[in-house]
Design a protein around this ligand. Structure first.
Ligand SMILES: [Zn+2]
Length: 211
């Protein structure tokens, strides 16, 4: 969010992945990347991770100096809802969930031009709170990904004892892991599992054997 000359806060972040070049600089807008980072720093007991959430928002160009307890509650609530959405494996159910978010936040696309930026699309209603903004812009980015790829490009990492989320851009085929590290960990675990299953039974040990 940026504060305009008139004192009215205005969010700079549009809803699509894009690069905005304008007199004030260049903004790389990456709502999917932002969502992934937010979910991975915000545990369900989000309270303790609040400073990390604020840091992610700042990295993504938001003006966060005036966030208080009310905004914290809104954003943590929005993240809970988005986390639940990312866990839905069925594409049709995920699409329904996204549509419910659009309904609940009264999403309405509009072109906006502020702080010297070029025209760009927002879907959060004018003057919406932070929670609504995060829900609306994340839902639109996820909806665009479904439209483009016809499948989920996100999920929760399937590697053992990893609970991170990934929100991919759809490039490189279907994903199941948060990182190359987890993918290779899972590959090794599968390989070991197969080796165990095909190995001959180990000889009986001394335990239980009378001597
Ligand atoms: Zn992982």
């Amino acid at each position: 969010m940026r504060v305009e000359a008139g004192g009215q806060p205005k969010r700079v972040t549009p809803s699509f992945e894009s690069t905005l070049q304008y007199a004030g600089g260049v903004d790389r807008i990456r709502p999917l990347n932002r969502l992934e980072a937010l979910l991975n720093v915000a545990a369900p007991d989000g309270q303790a991770r609040w400073p990390a959430i604020v840091a992610v928002l700042r990295e993504h160009g938001e003006q966060v100096d005036h966030l208080g307890p009310a905004q914290e509650k809104e954003l943590l609530g929005a993240l809970d809802r988005l986390r639940a959405l990312l866990r839905i494996e069925d594409i049709d159910l995920a699409a329904e969930h996204i549509n419910r978010i659009f309904d609940d936040v009264a999403a309405r696309p509009r072109l906006s031009k502020h702080d010297g930026t070029p025209w760009h699309v927002h879907v959060d209603p004018e003057g919406a709170g932070w929670g609504t903004w995060l829900l609306a812009s994340s839902a639109l980015a996820l909806a665009a990904a479904i439209q483009e790829h016809g499948r989920r490009t996100w999920g929760q990492c399937e590697a053992e004892s990893c609970e991170r989320y990934y929100v991919g851009d759809g490039r490189g085929g279907e994903r199941h892991y948060c990182s190359a590290r987890c993918a290779s960990r899972a590959r090794v675990a599968r390989h070991r599992g197969r080796a165990r299953n095909t190995a001959p039974a180990p000889p009986p040990g001394r335990g239980g054997v009378r001597t």
